[in-house]
Write a protein that binds this ligand. Structure first.
Ligand code: ADP
Ligand code: MG
Length: 273
């Protein structure tokens, strides 16, 4: 009974969108202070792009948003992350619940290569304790592959291994897998940096379509991509051995056309980084 209820909750597609807010997030790896009091409100149903030079803490920040930072044994953090007003670091929140609601897509596509396309999509369900019937599973697989922009290409070979797909298709398979557990937020860490331009554009189209389903936070080094896909932007910088911090954030068009800080202007115009 409780499992069915849980499945219904997780699979309810009519749920509203959630905002995610970081408040004064600071991070360390051992004694190395890498992020200094970062606060950012990431609006529900929008794409927020995190930009800035390598090593300024974008990935670290992203990983605090679904409690992956604490997977590193020497990692520490302070601050809070609110998902729809609930602090995901509160003692009563289970880490698995936080990660189920806040999914992650990585730089390098990481499907299970020997597992079928179909099984890849549903791979997260069992891990997250979600039970669905066979019939529901078929619908879910079609729905998630459609949303990830991959259904038409793979519908006749769902039993083929995920590893047989192209890099761009594998990344869309990973997006479908993330969507299957109905996250409220999807974190993407340079999801296109290993892909060719055509595959990159497909992922960007997918991101734009997904925005009505899930709040998205994406790290990108590609300024054109940030402009194409995001509504808000945050510019991170780590200067002179100091920990990374957010120099400026705001609507993407403002960040690119009339930023307040000269460092933002220099960065978005390719003058450094
Ligand atoms: P970005 O994604 O902006 O390139 P990162 O968040 O990966 O930056 O890194 C920020 C800082 O944290 C860097 O100095 C990096 O060396 C350090 N760092 C990242 N991951 C680890 C780790 N697992 N262990 C130790 N230091 C790390
Ligand atoms: Mg990174």
């Amino acid at each position: 009974m409780s499992r069915t209820l849980e499945a219904e909750q997780v699979l309810d597609p009519s749920d509203r969108l959630y905002a995610i807010e970081a408040l004064d997030i600071s991070c360390w790896f051992g004694d190395h202070y890498v992020l200094d009091r970062c606060s950012l409100y990431m609006s529900a149903g929008e794409v927020t792009a995190l930009i800035g030079p390598s090593g300024c803490g974008k990935s670290t920040f992203l990983r605090t948003l679904n409690r992956m930072h604490e997977l590193v044994s020497i990692a520490k953090l302070s601050g809070a992350v609110y998902l729809d007003g609930q602090d995901i670091y509160a003692p009563e929140v289970r880490i698995t619940d936080a990660r189920r609601q806040i999914g992650m897509v990585f730089q390098k596509p990481n499907p299970f290569p020997a597992m079928s396309i179909y099984d890849n999509v549903v791979a997260g369900l069992k891990l997250n304790g979600v039970h669905v019937s066979h019939r529901e599973k078929d619908d879910l697989v079609e729905d998630c592959l459609t949303k990830a922009g991959l259904w038409k290409e793979v519908k006749d070979r769902l039993r083929n291994p995920g590893g047989g797909l192209s890099g761009g298709q594998q990344q869309r398979l990973c997006i479908a897998r993330s969507l299957a557990i109905r996250p409220k937020v999807l974190l993407m860490d340079e999801p296109c940096s290993a892909l060719d331009p055509t595959s990159t554009r497909r992922i960007e189209e997918t991101i734009t379509e997904l925005r009505s389903e899930v709040t998205i936070v994406i790290v990108t080094h590609n300024m054109q991509q940030a402009q194409r896909v995001s509504q808000k932007c945050a510019f991170f910088l780590a200067e002179h051995g100091q920990p990374g911090h957010i120099v400026e954030h705001g609507p993407t068009d403002v960040m690119f056309d009339r930023p307040q800080d000269p460092r933002t202007s220099d960065y978005v115009h390719g003058r450094f980084g």
